[in-house]
Design a protein around this ligand. Sequence first.
Ligand SMILES: [Zn+2]
Length: 70
Amino acid sequence: MNPDECPMCDAGVIARYRVNATGESIQVCDECDSVWEETDELPGPATATVEQFLTVRGLPLLWSQLSALA
Ligand SMILES: [Zn+2]
């Protein structure tokens, strides 16, 4: 299995993003918006979705809150 393939939806690709407001690095599926902590081992269950992740931190539900990391 491709390690970048999403174990939640089996369709998306997981990429790293930085949360602009907090400086946190996270891993996000581009298909189902699942979120993993930077240190989470994949494949494994996602800890949240992008929406949940931003809501918990009181941030707007916008992709512009995240910056793609190379
Ligand atoms: Zn996915």
